[in-house]
Design a protein around this ligand. Structure first.
Ligand SMILES: C[S@@+](CC[C@H](N)C(=O)[O-])C[C@H]1O[C@@H](n2cnc3c(N)ncnc32)[C@H](O)[C@@H]1O
Length: 395
């Protein structure tokens, strides 16, 4: 990632700007046992993010900040170069002049979770495929059902890139690709809004069952988002996974289960082809939703209403993780904003154990808010936010 190593420079005046980059504040680590670390707030193209400045082997290094980094990477390189220019730094090493960048594939159909939560609306029927892998099944479905809006969820980047390429080549317009953990995704869908969820050949995770897609929570969330008579369809070659899902599904109060063995589908994925060659048994469990469910999606403003006494917070806050049943909070570091009263940054990780969120809370003259965007409203993030509010209020 972009960085510059230098051994001498002038003080950076705040605020200042050069080459379209403005420097908004400098925050210094509080109480750090190691050498001081600085966070420098930068605005470029209307996006605010941080740079990290550290001491390294008698020299200084300025680099990206992994929590607030933005794309394209050229923005971060421009900010680092602007810092070096403004402070007249004597540069010993740089990798910020290299303009070679990975050629972006068409990302028109790749959307982030914030888009789904805050902007996405459709009157179309919605179908979801979880862990689409090579994308063969979702591509087939999208071509057969042009009036349906498909969501493809994956966490494996090469599979995502492969599907985006195929979407472009085959001129498909009704798939939205989302790089997000499917176990958490359902929380963002409205109740009674989805017509079909496909989970084909999920990783069985025999040794790490907590990583499985199917769990009681997942099934209940699926039933909530499915319309009446809509289905959650599991296809697996793993007898263990089949038995595990059956034990979860047979405890449900609602929903109808339909089981099939070696059912023929119109399209066969790469995995299925392999298992068929080996004459493995393939199991299908279709769960049909039988009730309308009206539990609303959880909402949270993620605001901090009360004034914060930052000097007091610095003294009482601990970096020992707070671990609750379904969320955690870990304060990583605290920074004082230079030349400002009652102002600083709190760097923290929190939320769900499977998908922790890295964030900063900024305190400006006692007014606290999340730096950059607010967290996504998962139930774990909402609970963690409520607990953080208590910490900041010193309750
Ligand atoms: C064994 S492959 C099956 C791919 C495809 N469904 C097929 O039938 O060929 C399982 C896929 O699920 C994806 N996956 C695993 N865990 C996931 C999760 N939590 N959220 C979304 N995708 C996941 C993996 O990256 C992988 O591509």
């Amino acid at each position: 990632m972009p960085h510059i190593v230098f051994n001498q420079n002038n003080h950076l005046n705040i605020p200042s700007n050069i080459d379209g980059v403005s420097f908004d504040f400098i925050a210094k680590s509080y109480n750090s046992k190691k050498s001081s670390e600085y966070k420098i707030a930068v605005t470029k193209n209307n996006h605010q993010f941080l740079l990290t400045k550290k001491n390294k082997n008698d020299a200084n290094m300025i680099k990206y900040d992994k929590t607030t980094r933005i794309s394209p990477v050229s923005c971060i390189k421009d900010a680092i170069n602007a810092y070096a220019k403004l402070t007249n730094a004597n540069i010993l090493f740089t990798n910020t002049n290299n303009i070679n960048q990975k050629i972006n594939i068409d990302e028109k159909y790749l959307k982030n979770i914030e888009y789904i939560v805050n902007e996405f609306e459709t009157n179309k029927e919605i179908q979801i495929e979880i862990g689409f892998g090579s994308g063969k099944h979702i591509l087939y479905q999208a071509k057969q059902n042009k009036d349906v809006q498909f969501f493809g969820l994956e966490i494996h980047t090469p599979s995502i890139e492969q599907l985006l390429k195929q979407i472009k080549i085959q001129n498909i317009t009704n798939i939205i690709v989302i790089n997000y953990d499917a176990r958490l995704f359902m929380e963002f869908m409205k109740s009674n809004s989805v017509d079909n969820i496909f989970v084909h050949f999920p990783v069985p995770w025999d040794k790490k069952p907590h990583r499985r897609i199917y769990s009681s929570e997942f099934i209940n969330e699926a039933l909530r988002v499915l319309k009446k008579d809509a289905t959650l369809e599991l296809r697996t070659d793993s007898r263990k996974y089949f038995d595990y899902c059956m034990s979860l599904l047979s405890n449900l109060n609602s929903g109808k289960i339909i089981i099939d063995i070696n059912k023929d589908l119109e399209i066969i994925s790469k995995y299925e082809k392999r298992w068929r060659k080996q004459e493995k048994t393939i199991y299908d469990i279709v769960l049909k939703c039988q009730e309308e469910d009206d539990v609303p999606i959880q909402k949270c403003s993620f605001n901090f209403e009360n004034e914060v006494d930052f000097d007091n917070i610095k003294k009482i806050i601990t970096n020992k993780a707070i671990v609750k049943e379904d969320y955690f909070i870990h304060i990583e570091n605290i920074f004082d904003i230079e030349n400002e009263v009652n102002s600083g940054l709190i760097q923290l990780t929190f939320g769900n154990f499977n998908r922790p969120l890295n964030k900063y809370i900024i305190i400006n003259n006692g007014k606290a808010s999340y730096f950059q965007d607010k967290p996504i409203p998962t139930s774990s993030n909402i609970k963690a936010h409520k607990y953080l509010t208590k910490i900041l209020n010193n309750d």
